[in-house]
Design a protein around this ligand. Structure first.
Ligand SMILES: Nc1nc2c(ncn2[C@@H]2O[C@H](COP(=O)(O)OP(=O)(O)OP(=O)(O)O)[C@@H](O)[C@H]2O)c(=O)[nH]1
Ligand SMILES: [Mg+2]
Length: 199
């Protein structure tokens, strides 16, 4: 088995990163906005088709700057481990498109800070339930930019309704959503022993 797939969820404050992770790992939706003030690590084991992979997901407070090098990561005295991640999941709020600017900016910073491309970036539009018309030109433009120009995976979801949350993790595993992705499921809560669920 390969080593753990290390993933970081990044996004502007309040876009729903913690809600997505709580929904996926704990089948819970926190209604109140409790700001993430320190790094939380979710661990699990993913079984997908014939592939089994350990998963380690980082939920961190909103970062203004991506650490430009290893020194920057260590220098703030509270290393988050953001530079050793396999997949960056950039989350924005579909009901507040200004939050997409954070994703754009963070993607630029990530790409600029590495001289290799041994990582994946994907974008998640959360709170689709807050959008009365999900087919507006602005949303189409974001989807086209991410999929066609950035060539990144893109998922629109609602943590509140547990809608397409699993698709984020399928995409992460390299099964593009919309295709014939095998069934997958996680079962894990923070602090408890690792468990895998195979469907
Ligand atoms: N309607 C709706 N509200 C959501 C959804 N996801 C999250 N929220 C709400 O948005 C607020 C912020 O959610 P969080 O998950 O705390 O957001 P966050 O990105 O972790 O925020 P910070 O840790 O402060 O950066 C909470 O009040 C959630 O209940 C969603 O899919 N739909
Ligand atoms: Mg949070």
């Amino acid at each position: 088995m390969q080593g753990p797939l290390k993933v970081a969820f990044l996004g502007a404050s309040g876009v729903g990163r913690t809600s997505i992770l709580q929904q996926f790992f704990k089948h819970d939706f926190p209604k109140d906005h409790i700001r993430t003030s320190k790094r939380t690590v979710y661990r699990s084991c993913l079984v997908c088709d014939t592939c089994i992979r350990e998963l380690m997901v980082l939920d961190v407070p909103p970062q203004k700057y991506f650490p430009i090098d290893n020194l920057a990561e260590w220098n703030n005295g509270n290393p988050l481990g953001l530079r050793t991640v396999h997949t960056y999941v950039l989350v924005y709020d579909m009901g507040n498109l200004d939050t997409f600017q954070y994703c754009r900016n963070m993607r630029d910073q990530i790409l600029e800070s590495f001289n290799h491309r041994d990582f994946k970036i994907m974008v998640v539009g959360n709170k689709v339930d807050m959008v009365s018309n999900p087919h507006t030109q602005e949303l189409k433009d974001i989807s086209t930019l991410v999929r066609k120009h950035w060539r990144c995976g893109y998922v629109e979801c609602s943590a509140k309704h547990n809608y397409k949350i699993g698709d984020i993790f399928k995409e992460m595993m390299g099964y593009p959503v919309g295709g014939t992705a095998p069934k997958l499921e996680f079962s894990q809560s923070i602090g408890s022993k690792n468990r895998c669920t195979i469907l």
